[in-house]
Design a protein around this ligand. Structure first.
Ligand SMILES: [Zn+2]
Ligand SMILES: [Zn+2]
Length: 387
């Protein structure tokens, strides 16, 4: 059962939607034009229910099958937001908004799920209900979390959820997936060390905060090398180091460091947070200073459920003939919040040999549309076969 013929027919139309979205990128929760376009299309397709304003600018569409003896409800989710990147593709449909760009392919995700919604509304060849979920603010805003907090899962009685992301470097239209932990938890820390500033020629009269903070930066690397089990993944990166002095001859009063923590399990995440606090406070005390540690929890680890992953991979094989084992990804993914509430699976679809996501020359590959749309439709038709 390869790509569905209907999506070969619809490819030009879906591509036109995708390019229109690409030209008009919107960031975080500001997806007003995009959400309106999605809601308008879902109405036009004849969805049974279209609701806007879930998770601020999120949109939900409901499509009922020919019958509902199964009582099943499956959620299919796409993200809609762009990134604060200035586009450098030179495409004739490049972003018309300076400093904003669909550099992660969410234009493609939205267009593919719309394509699937059109097909599913036309055919309704399944026994149960589909809820199509279009979320804002995947790129750091937690739009998925806000849709869940708005009670989306219970309101529509969603039982399973599926998500998809394009993947540069993977052959076009070929899928990859893995069960269990897949995308990392993404946390941040913001730490201010305080010593006692003074004249750089008289260090003995100061508590040199620069030396103190430098020791802490090095010690933070022992979380991965000495505290974590070597088979567990953890990344601690200090990305900003800023002293309160701009002079050659002044020892600063404070040093502020910032950075990110990526982990693949709840235990590792808890350990990293605990050790960052202990190390920074301990090192500061050793040198006679203090540390003010703020640890900000971002997206949780995204965990694919075993059974749904096996099913999603089988569907991918039925569409593309094959499905690869995906690697662990140390990036974060907001779909993690939906997978915390319901079992489900997240799959990667090949974008071919393109620039990586978040690069100013990246572009979603429209050739992936028939495979992506077919996977969505087959998830529904195989999971809830028509009675
Ligand atoms: Zn992204
Ligand atoms: Zn993305």
């Amino acid at each position: 059962m390869p790509v569905k013929n209907r999506f070969a027919e619809l490819q030009d139309e879906i591509t036109a939607w995708r390019r229109d979205l690409h030209e008009n990128p919107e960031i975080l929760f500001e997806t007003h034009r995009t959400s309106a376009m999605v809601a308008e299309k879902l109405q036009e397709f004849g969805c049974d229910e279209v609701v806007t304003g879930i998770g601020r600018t999120g949109v939900v569409g409901v499509i009922k099958g020919k019958s509902d003896s199964s009582g099943k409800v499956i959620g299919l989710r796409a993200d809609m937001d762009a990134l604060p990147i200035h586009e450098a593709t030179g495409l004739d449909y490049a972003s018309k908004t300076p400093g904003a760009m669909h550099a992660c392919g969410h234009d493609g995700h939205t267009a593919m799920l719309l394509g699937a919604a059109k097909y599913l509304s036309e055919n309704r060849n399944f026994d149960g209900t589909v809820v199509v979920i279009f979320q804002p603010a995947e790129e750091g805003g937690g739009g998925g979390r806000e849709m869940c907090e708005d009670g989306m899962m219970d309101r529509w009685n969603i039982q399973e959820v599926y998500g998809m992301h394009n993947w540069p470097g993977q052959p076009v239209g070929k899928f990859a997936i893995r069960p269990g932990s897949f995308f990392a938890a993404t946390d941040q820390f913001d730490i201010t060390f305080e010593g006692r500033g003074g004249h750089a020629a008289k260090p003995h009269e100061t508590v040199d905060t620069t030396v103190l903070a430098a020791q802490a930066v090095l010690a933070l690397q022992t979380i991965s090398s000495r505290n974590a089990d070597p088979i567990d993944q953890v990344v601690v990166s200090v990305t900003s180091f800023e002293t309160s002095s701009k002079a050659f001859n002044v020892i600063p009063q404070t040093v502020r460091i910032k950075g990110t923590v990526r982990t693949m399990s709840k235990d590792m995440r808890d350990l990293a947070e605990k050790r960052i606090n202990e190390i920074c406070n301990g090192v500061a005390a050793t040198f006679g200073g203090t540390a003010d540690v703020t640890y900000i929890r971002g997206y949780p680890v995204m965990v694919n459920s075993e059974e749904q992953t096996e099913f999603a991979a089988a569907v991918a094989r039925s569409v593309s003939g094959d499905c690869d084992d995906a690697p662990l990804v140390m990036g974060g993914e907001d779909f993690a919040f939906m997978l915390e509430e319901r079992p489900g699976a997240y799959i990667l679809v090949g974008n071919g040999d393109t620039a990586m996501v978040h690069h100013p020359e990246y572009n979603f590959n429209d050739e992936a549309i028939p495979a992506g749309c077919s996977w969505w439709a087959e998830i529904v038709e195989q999971r809830m076969p028509a009675a």
